[in-house]
Design a protein around this ligand. Structure first.
Ligand code: GDP
Ligand code: MG
Length: 201
């Protein structure tokens, strides 16, 4: 989806949730460091231990998003010759997506999370790039998921759990808008000028 050309690229914001595996493995500082060293700035930071109900409202409920999640799972099954019917009793993408979504909610509520708003040039794409692709075993070395996770969907699906990949990062402006309104109050957000701003960009 093309980005709306409303604001200066420096004004872009995005949401990162350090997932329970990231928190429990002591990767809070390491994760945030990577955003800061790239010139992005943290403008909100807090910890939460979400209930299942709260986490359910974080992830989209649209049929399209759920089927896409099922589609990702199906792709793995095809690649590794796994029978979706044996795993889920169906090969319907929406039904598979719903099951993966429920695994995801269990995972995201298995411990505390750290909620971060990151601001800076092309923040959404930059943070996605620094995070690495969804599947850690395919994530580029040098990315957070590539450097700190080894998980694979084939392993995760077999164990009926979500992939443990350290961070969540908003994918587009629609997710950012929802997630900021959902997790943060106006008073939680504090913008400021980083000293490098006049030098780096
Ligand atoms: P992300 O934006 O890169 O985090 O990926 P998605 O929005 O597609 O999926 C949300 C989360 O669901 C991922 O971060 C994983 O934790 C989990 N997930 C995604 N695809 C699969 C899958 O095929 N199998 C399993 N078990 N979990 C998945
Ligand atoms: Mg996503």
């Amino acid at each position: 989806m093309p980005r709306a050309e409303k604001k200066h690229p420096k004004e872009e914001v995005t949401v990162v949730l350090i997932k329970p595996d990231g928190v429990k493995r002591g990767l809070i500082g390491e994760t945030i460091k990577r955003f800061e060293q790239r010139g992005l700035k943290v403008i909100a930071l807090s910890m939460d231990y979400a209930t299942k109900e709260k986490m359910d409202g974080h992830y989209p409920k649209k049929r399209e998003w759920i089927s896409r999640l099922g589609g990702k799972t199906m792709k793995t099954y095809k690649e590794y010759g796994i029978d979706p019917k044996k795993q889920h009793g169906t090969s319907d993408l929406y039904k598979i997506g719903l099951e993966v979504r429920s695994w995801l909610i269990n995972y995201m509520t298995s411990g505390p999370i750290v909620k971060v708003i990151v601001k800076g040039i092309h923040a959404i794409d930059m943070v996605r790039k620094l995070s690495g692709v969804t599947m850690p075993y395919k994530a580029e070395l040098g990315s957070i998921r590539g450097d700190f996770s080894v998980d694979s969907p084939a392993a995760a699906n077999k164990d009926k759990r979500a992939i443990h990949n350290v961070v969540h990062a908003s994918e587009n402006e629609e997710e950012v808008k929802h997630e900021i309104a959902y997790w943060f109050k106006k008073n939680d957000i504090h913008d400021y000028k980083r000293v490098e701003e006049d030098l780096m960009f």
